[in-house]
Design a protein around this ligand. Structure first.
Ligand SMILES: Cc1cc2nc3c(=O)[nH]c(=O)nc-3n(C[C@H](O)[C@H](O)[C@H](O)COP(=O)(O)OP(=O)(O)OC[C@H]3O[C@@H](n4cnc5c(N)ncnc54)[C@H](O)[C@@H]3O)c2cc1C
Length: 535
């Protein structure tokens, strides 16, 4: 019999599977497994400007064969999801529907999950970030190191972010920043002490990307194509770990399976699936189960399996605001063509008297996402906006701001049984209370004021709506013994013998830092604990 079934091939699933396979256990991964079969082969391995001026087929992948890259209407979640990345959320509206008037959920049924298109920002949690969890940063430390080595992380190990992010021995030298970010850092260096005293700390973003050859990937070539392609696989995607796993004895990928539920019997765990192509119902048996279907996918499977339809559970997602900014330090200067497209800089703002709470912002220069996405936000006609934005482009940046999130009675999700033959529906209700909303407003204003000192002037504040950070957590959180729909320290779902969780579902609190690197480290911890138990 298979030792462990792992559901999901995303950031959580592959890193839970790794230590199990390394210990010689038989692991089968169940995944829906959507892939891009349309665009990847069309995108040339060339720098952005070169293909913009020479590639006659560029409209196919920039706009999409069905113009799916052009979004009409309001402000959209996941602007980084370009046509070559649209396989990531494919089929979710149909198979994993969400009902909500207050929350936009972006889920994935793809090989590699959401991180097939993530921004690769790596932000280890410290003890304050793990508030409410029965594990400490010290428990995660060896797993952060193991995962950093596996995925390749580049960053500065001696900058102003280190007190917030800690050290990482496996880290490669940081990615080079572009001309716009260099101007910001020059101004930061000149006023560093005063800015630090005001609570602002800035450094190059730690990225899951290879600045040198690592496990057959990279080095990154600064083509500014990171939203469109995976040149040399330099930027980390869970798919690369999946490929490594697939080459190992004891690992089997059972894809094209939609997992519906689990049950336990004397021999272990039984998982039921429906085949995506044939519709065939199947059962898979193993000694243990690890669920890593994403915080929303996992809560669906748990609520359905335990027959807890209609029971509200918490949901967390970092409140997110972004602003186009004018980086006046770039006025009259030429921007170097070579650059990566990911976050150039990370700013951590620690408000006075915030008990260790932080606000985190990422600074991006704006080029390869195409100007038409910003044109929609301009308060003038499209023709004029296009002309102005073209001239402003070297000066344009984006500041993306994340706030912490805590559970409350106003942030819940409930699974409802689907109508006859149809999929179950997850109803999400997410509202901030007035104190949270006021605090976000105040702290964003303060952050914009500090960024003005760095030469960056916010043009407009855009709140794309709850859920737009795509950082989901807290649906089956760590909780005390006896409390249902929680998990224990080993991420075992309470009331089950061997059903473990390895995604964001377990975290009862979300700091402002992106959680994915911690999902991976905790998944590695869960896989290691389970391997000790089963091997
Ligand atoms: C554009 C974008 C940028 C981002 N940038 C960052 C960043 O810079 N830093 C950061 O920390 N985070 C970032 N994130 C968030 C990050 O991508 C997610 O936190 C992370 O990918 C979640 O991983 P996961 O494995 O928990 O779940 P998912 O990625 O959702 O993976 C779920 C997996 O389970 C499978 N699955 C789900 N349900 C079923 C089912 N019923 N049956 C079979 N298979 C199923 C899916 O196929 C998939 O393989 C970003 C996300 C996006 C979209």
């Amino acid at each position: 019999m298979t030792d462990v079934l792992v559901v999901g091939s995303g950031a959580g699933g592959v890193h839970a599977a790794w230590p199990l396979v390394e210990r010689g256990l038989e692991v089968a991964m169940l995944d829906y497994g959507n892939e891009d079969r349309e665009y990847a082969s069309l995108v040339p391995s060339e720098p952005w400007l070169a293909l913009r001026t020479t590639d006659e087929s560029q409209h196919r992948y920039l706009l999409g064969d069905r113009f799916e890259g052009i979004t009409l209407g309001g402000i959209r979640v996941g602007a980084q999801l370009t046509p070559p990345r649209l396989f990531i959320p494919a089929d979710t509206e149909r198979l994993t529907p969400v009902d909500s008037a207050t929350f936009s959920a972006t889920e994935s049924l793809a090989k590699g999950g959401l991180a097939a298109g993530w921004g690769a920002g790596v932000f280890p949690f410290d003890d304050a970030d793990l508030a409410g969890a029965p594990i400490s940063a010290a428990d995660l430390a060896p797993h952060y190191e193991a995962v950093a080595e596996r995925i390749g992380v580049a960053g500065d190990d001696d900058d102003d972010l280190r007190p917030f992010l800690g050290e990482c021995r496996a880290m490669m030298p940081a990615m080079a920043i572009d001309s716009g970010a260099e101007r910001v850092m020059a101004r930061y260096a000149a006023q560093r002490e005063r800015l630090n005293a005001a609570g602002l700390f800035v450094g190059r973003t730690r990225l899951a990307a290879c600045t040198r050859e690592h496990r057959g990937r990279g080095p990154h070539r600064y083509f500014d194509m990171d939203f469109w392609a995976d040149d040399r696989r330099a930027v980390y995607r869970p798919r690369w770990t999946l490929d490594e796993l697939a080459a190992k004895d004891g690992f089997e990928l059972r894809d094209r399976r939609l997992v519906s539920a689990f049950r336990e019997d004397e021999s272990g765990v039984v998982v039921t699936t429906t085949h995506a192509d044939t519709g065939e119902r199947e059962e898979h048996r193993a000694r243990a189960l690890v669920l890593a279907a994403g915080a929303l996918g996992t809560v669906r499977i748990v609520l359905r399996s335990l027959d807890r339809y209609g029971t509200p559970v918490p949901i967390l997602c970092n409140p997110y605001t972004y602003a186009p900014v004018l980086n006046v330090g770039m006025l009259g200067r030429e921007a170097r063509d070579e650059r990566h497209s990911l976050a150039q800089l990370t700013a951590i703002y620690r408000p006075e008297a915030a008990d260790g709470r932080i606000v985190q912002a990422q600074y991006y220069s704006y080029r390869s996402l195409l100007l038409f996405k910003l044109m929609k936000e301009a308060p003038i006609g499209h023709r004029e906006a296009r002309a102005i934005l073209r001239r402003l482009q070297p000066v344009l940046g984006i500041l993306g701001i994340h706030h912490e999130d805590r559970p409350s009675a106003r942030k819940t999700c409930v699974l409802h049984r689907g109508p006859e033959g149809g999929p179950d529906r997850l109803a999400i209700d997410y509202r901030l209370d007035d104190a949270e909303a006021l605090r976000h407003d105040r702290e964003e204003r303060r952050l914009f004021a500090l960024f003005r000192r760095l030469g960056c002037f916010a043009l407009k504040r855009i709140r794309p709506g709850h859920g737009s950070a795509i950082h989901y957590a807290g649906t089956i959180p760590f909780g005390p013994e006896g409390k249902g729909l929680t998990c224990d320290r080993d991420c075992r779902v309470r009331g089950t013998r061997r059903v473990h969780l390895a995604d964001g579902a377990v975290f009862p609190y979300l700091p402002a830092k992106g959680l994915t690197f911690t999902i991976m480290a905790n998944a590695d911890r869960v896989g290691t604990l389970l391997a000790n138990e089963l091997a």
